[in-house]
Ligand binder design. Structure first.
Ligand code: FES
Ligand SMILES: [Fe+2]
Length: 401
């Protein structure tokens, strides 16, 4: 992010710090129907029109270092192979054999120069071609050229690999364009995965994601862990097109919660040293660009009232022992902070499902939650959503360009 953007952010923060009333001209946020968080009809709409049509984070390009490296994407009811070919290209295929539909790969990651089905050993090339069939003469009408793996769209943005099950979806670069200037000066492409945590959660994926879209709860839930390091009252939000947002919060004492003597990449912009810049990325991923590295969290559905958080700890390539120690400690710290949030999730879900609250209320500090909910409806198609579960579209004029 450029110096000019930094000074705009500080100016907005100063205005924010002096604010004593609801901002003039900002729309009143209508209440949000709670059926969105437990009604199976809403879950079915999401399954058909959100998860199958939106760009979904599958992995980092650095997780596929060599030809044959692969990772399985197994979320939102899908199993997709994301793999690097001999030509260096990243490709994606449904993890489904074209004989009798067995999964081809069972291990979540690894190296395979050919995909061989564990059932009857049909073999596919890294380009998805069916290349070998045992006893092929026993199939009267087998045309190998018609039985290749079913491809899935895959594109890479700044080292992040996304898949999309919709052949007609907009290009990934267009979808991510609103985040481009926000990440300038942060070497995203160099990040590597240091550790990964899967956390089952007793709440809807949107409710869990909400928790990362505001810092209103930080001074209560994280009073001792995060709150001392953040100047919460300086929290500013830019609502961005495509349901994304950008948050910025001043660090206290120029310090970072993840204090360490590790070196940070020289090409990291000043903004990321002075402020915690977080980028909620539609539909379900949250990360805050700390120069040391950060946790990238994605929230996946696992039923109307259940979800899974996939948290990747991302940092810089290094074999130094202090680096390994740091990430071990970091994992414990992340788990402790998440535990503070998770303690409330089950009770929130029960409260939403209780029938006592047909709608919930969101305030100005929670506008990114509302913006996210609006985009969910736009992606599904507002007219498809039963009226009693829709959110009103009110924030379109508030988008930063
Ligand atoms: S199902 Fe894959 S070879 Fe039979
Ligand atoms: Fe939290």
């Amino acid at each position: 992010m450029q110096d000019q953007a930094l000074s705009v952010i500080h100016k907005t923060m100063d205005e924010q710090l002096g604010r004593k009333h609801y901002p003039d001209g900002f729309p009143t946020l209508p209440e949000v129907p709670t059926g969105r968080y437990f009604d199976p009809r809403f879950e079915a709409l999401e399954k058909e029109h959100l998860w199958k049509k939106t760009w979904l984070l599958a992995c980092l390009a650095t997780e596929l270092p060599k030809p044959g490296s692969y990772r399985l994407f197994e979320q939102a009811g899908q199993s997709v192979i994301v793999s690097r070919g001999k030509d260096g290209e990243i490709r994606a295929f449904h993890n489904t054999c074209r004989h009798r539909a067995s999964a081809l790969l069972l291990e979540p990651q690894g190296k395979a120069m050919r995909f061989v089905c564990p059932y009857h050993a049909w073999g596919y090339s890294l380009e998805g071609k069916l290349v070998s069939v045992p006893d092929a003469h026993d199939f009267a009408c087998l045309d190998k050229s018609e039985r290749g793996l079913l491809p899935v769209r895959v594109e890479t943005w700044r080292g992040l690999v996304f898949i999309n099950l919709d052949d007609n979806a907009e290009p990934l670069a267009d979808f991510m364009a609103p985040l481009a200037s926000q990440t300038e000066g942060y070497p995203l492409e160099k990040l590597v995965v240091k550790d990964r945590i899967f956390v089952p959660m007793e709440t809807n994926w949107k409710t869990a994601y909400h928790n990362f879209l505001e810092i209103y709860h930080v001074s209560t839930v994280h009073a001792k862990s995060i709150a001392p390091f953040l100047d919460s009252s300086s929290f500013v939000v830019a609502l961005l097109a495509n349901g994304h947002s950008r948050f910025a919060t001043r660090k206290r004492k120029g310090d970072t919660i993840f204090k360490t003597d590790l070196t940070i990449p020289e090409d990291t912009g000043e903004i990321f040293r002075q402020c915690t810049v977080a980028l909620p990325t539609f539909p379900n991923t949250f990360f805050a660009l700390d120069p040391i590295g950060f946790t990238m969290q994605s929230f996946w559905p696992a039923g109307p009232g259940k979800s899974v958080m996939e948290a990747r700890l991302l940092g810089w390539e290094s074999d130094l022992p202090q680096d390994r120690d740091y990430w071990t400690k970091m994992r414990t710290m992340v788990e402790d902070i998440l535990a503070e949030d998770l303690e409330l999730f089950g009770s929130i879900q029960r409260g939403l499902e209780s029938g006592l609250m047909p709608k919930v209320l969101m305030g100005y500090q929670e506008r990114a939650l509302y913006w996210f909910e609006e985009e969910v409806d736009r992606r599904i198609g507002v007219d498809r959503i039963p009226e009693d579960m829709r959110v009103a579209q009110v924030l379109g004029d508030q988008v930063s360009r």
